[in-house]
Design a protein around this ligand. Structure first.
Ligand SMILES: Cc1ncc(COP(=O)(O)O)c(C=O)c1O
Length: 368
């Protein structure tokens, strides 16, 4: 994408946090970071206005954002975000995975939500700037990372319904522990037939808060039924598999073919794309096509479908043991993780953590 900004505008003003946590406090958090509850000492903030474009890039102390009560985001939800990770390699260096893909997805989300597009070089530089001040927050224990959350929202104080003329982009970061502490465990998922996540022509393919807000009730139902995630079907026929509340779905057939739903209302996951590339590299066939819940159900019953998994940045790859619906189940709760599922997961994490060569050029160094 064309960057209309002069290179000088990529220079960030850095204000260090006088109340940054001590080394001891930080180490205590990194020893058991959990997910999404602890944040680093700084954040990135870049302003945009209709008349001034992107301007005033800053790294500043992490802290509350002052918002006018009439800020458009609070009323009309004009907001988008991304989710990615910084990984510490064995030599101490810090890397991230396919940041151009996140930048481009954020630009697609921006177009859909009538927000300004942040150029890819600005996006990647914003991550580098945050890691330059908060790099010590990238943990080093196995499968841990620093979760990076770029986001953008309508800050203009105006109650008219139209695209905001003032927007801010931020990046915050949160150390993340290993998703599965006792080894990767297959999960149960709940098939929601009452609620849809996204509608035709809607915002399903964008990473915007409203999609998650509309998944929460269905997710609560899933939790009540002892399921880890909710599975959504298409909103038109209620027949075709879309995705989970926060992950994409892949089915493995007994001939080694991997099938993933094709739909213009699901979020195009970067983990899924990478896993499918690794499968193709192994000579396996990958199909992106419509998949009905009946095909899934019959395929598992007949033994045609031998493995099923979910994938996304947070948990990488999660084997699915069982899909529970109101009046049927696909698979069984005690099913073991599939071999292909686990070996693709291993290969991807080995690349991310620098244990295998990065043959696709997926890694970008963030420090140094
Ligand atoms: C709804 C949804 N689908 C799919 C994904 C997977 O996307 P990615 O692999 O880029 O993390 C996510 C985020 O993790 C998500 O929130």
């Amino acid at each position: 994408m064309k960057n209309l900004l002069a290179p000088a505008e990529l220079s960030f003003a850095v204000t260090k946090n006088d109340s940054a946590r001590s080394v001891e406090e930080r180490e205590a958090i990194l020893a058991d970071p959990g997910f999404g509850t602890n944040f680093t000492d700084h954040m990135v903030d870049i302003c945009w206005s209709e008349w001034g474009g992107w301007h005033r890039p800053r790294v500043q102390p992490y802290g509350p954002i002052a918002l006018d009560p009439a800020a458009a985001v609070l009323h009309y939800g004009q907001e988008i975000f991304e989710g990615m990770k910084a990984y510490r390699h064995a030599d101490g260096s810090i890397w991230t995975f396919r940041p151009e893909a996140n930048a481009e997805r954020m630009q697609r989300s921006a177009r859909r939500l009538a927000l300004p597009e942040l150029p890819t070089d600005y996006f990647i530089e914003s991550l580098r700037q945050l890691v330059a001040v908060d790099g010590d927050w990238v943990p080093s224990a196995p499968e841990t990372s620093l979760y990076l959350r770029p986001f953008m929202f309508a800050k203009e104080a105006f109650l008219g319904v139209r695209p905001a003329k003032k927007v801010n982009y931020y990046v915050i970061a949160s150390p993340a522990g290993a998703y599965f502490t006792g080894g990767v465990a297959p999960v149960a998922i709940w098939l929601s037939t009452e609620y849809a996540r996204a509608g035709r022509g809607g915002t399903g393919a964008a990473k915007t808060g409203g999609n998650y807000a509309s998944s929460l009730l269905a997710q609560a139902e899933a939790t009540e039924r002892g399921c880890a995630q909710v599975l959504f079907l298409d909103s038109v026929e209620g027949k075709y598999v879309e995705e989970l509340g926060g992950m994409n779905v892949v089915l493995v057939y007994k001939d080694g073919t991997l099938v993933t739903p094709l739909s213009d209302s699901i979020l195009e996951g970067i983990t899924r794309d990478s896993i499918l590339q690794l499968a193709e590299d192994r000579g396996l066939t990958v199909e992106r096509r419509r998949v009905s819940i009946d095909e899934w159900r019959e395929g598992v019953a007949s033994g045609d479908i031998v493995e099923m998994f979910a994938c996304g940045t947070a948990a990488v790859v999660t084997p699915i043991a069982v899909v529970k619906a109101e009046d049927f189940e696909i698979g069984s709760a005690d099913a073991a993780a599939g071999d292909l599922t686990m070996s693709l997961r291993q290969e991807l994490t080995d690349i991310q953590y620098g244990r295998l060569p990065d043959r696709h050029g997926w890694l970008t160094r963030l420090d140094g």
